[in-house]
Write a protein that binds this ligand. Structure first.
Ligand SMILES: Cc1cc2nc3c(=O)[nH]c(=O)nc-3n(C[C@H](O)[C@H](O)[C@H](O)COP(=O)(O)O)c2cc1C
Length: 333
């Protein structure tokens, strides 16, 4: 019997850890109803184990303004009172809720009291700890930030500043920053050309980039003709559409042309399109006889060169982010 119980428990914990996402868990609210976390799909979540008699309890004064500031942008704080640390969350959930409302005027949901460590730990917490690392929860007001895709972004210990969490949250909550963070070079595309209207939108975003003295010394050619694409697409990551960016041959306006390209790639990303900026195919495109018809169609202005191309299309892959080196940035104070 004991052995059966043990293997059942092991099965439960394996199931917990292998749960596909946070949305597979259910939690109890302050009136005992089961709430599926799938109700929070697509939102940015801050999950926190709280206590009402802790030195960190005044953090509520910072959490509520954070909630007020970002709730409309799809941010939720999920508060789980837990009495495991110094027994600093005594009383019923109703008493706790009354205390928090009266003292801190909180508006985010408070769920039923749970254990976060030990054999009675709520499966949500077993999963959170496995995802984020850092072992057992050390104290009240440990926090987990969850992205819109349901993945754990980061774990914060009790002393970590709410301001730090806000900085990290911006990348999820702010749509411009989120778009920047989500863009990846896409090198596999669906066999579906981009609609002309979307290409127009992308181009409009491009030419709204800054340029020195607003000279706009660039020429942009967007290839929709599939006969022309057939000659070159295997050299340009096989997209069905290609943006060709030309700039004065002396290189004076390469910087402007680069800014134009980034605007276009971010606009494309926001429209559900993938892109890959490329200089690799330039030699082929500008010299190879197979690319002659393509080259001739570009009608590059006198004194200009083809600087780079951007393949654009519906992504058929979701590449992982490549690491970025934050040490390249120094703040001089
Ligand atoms: C000037 C420039 C030239 C590039 N040329 C190529 C290229 O020829 N082929 C290619 O597959 N990717 C090319 N890339 C894409 C980079 O490899 C890519 O941006 C980089 O690895 C970072 O990955 P990410 O864009 O997914 O963040 C180029 C990027 C830049 C900025």
């Amino acid at each position: 019997m004991k052995r059966l119980l043990f293997s059942l428990m092991a099965m439960v914990s394996v199931l917990t850890l292998s749960a596909q996402s946070i949305y597979d868990f259910k939690v109890k609210n302050d009136i005992g109803q089961e709430i599926p976390l799938s109700d929070y799909k697509g939102k940015v979540l801050l999950i926190v184990n709280t206590a009402t008699r802790c030195g960190f309890t005044p953090q509520y004064k910072e959490l509520e303004p954070l909630y007020q500031k970002y709730q409309a942008q799809g941010f939720e704080i999920l508060d789980f009172p837990c009495n495991q640390f110094g027994q600093q969350a005594p009383g019923t959930i109703q008493e706790i809720h009354q205390f928090c409302t009266a003292n801190f005027n909180i508006h985010f949901p408070q769920f039923d009291k749970i254990d976060v460590n030990g054999e009675n730990a709520h499966p949500l917490y077993t999963w959170l700890k496995a995802q984020a690392g850092g072992g057992d929860i050390k104290w009240n007001f440990t926090k987990f930030l969850i992205g819109r895709d349901g993945k754990v972004i980061k774990r914060y210990e009790s002393r970590d500043k709410v301001a730090t969490i806000e900085t990290d949250m911006q990348m999820e909550v702010n749509p411009v920053l989120r778009n920047i963070m989500a863009r990846r070079s896409v090198r596999k595309y669906l066999d579906k050309p981009v609609e002309h209207e979307k290409l127009e939108t992308v181009a409009l975003a491009g030419i709204n980039a800054p340029s020195a003295m607003n000279h706009q010394d660039w020429a942009v050619r967007i290839i929709e003709d599939q006969k022309l694409m057939a000659d070159v697409k295997d050299k340009c990551r096989n997209a069905l559409n290609l943006i060709c960016v030309c700039a004065p041959a002396d290189g004076r306006f390469d910087l402007d042309a680069g800014l134009l390209g980034e605007n276009m790639m971010l606009a494309a990303q926001s429209l559900g399109l993938g892109t890959c900026i490329q200089t690799g195919p330039i030699r082929f495109l500008t010299t190879d006889k197979k690319a002659k018809a393509f080259r001739d169609s570009l009608d590059i202005p006198e004194g200009y060169k083809l600087l780079y191309v951007i393949s654009i299309g519906y992504p058929d892959e979701q590449p992982e982010a490549k690491p970025r080196d934050a040490s390249k940035v120094k703040f001089i104070k």
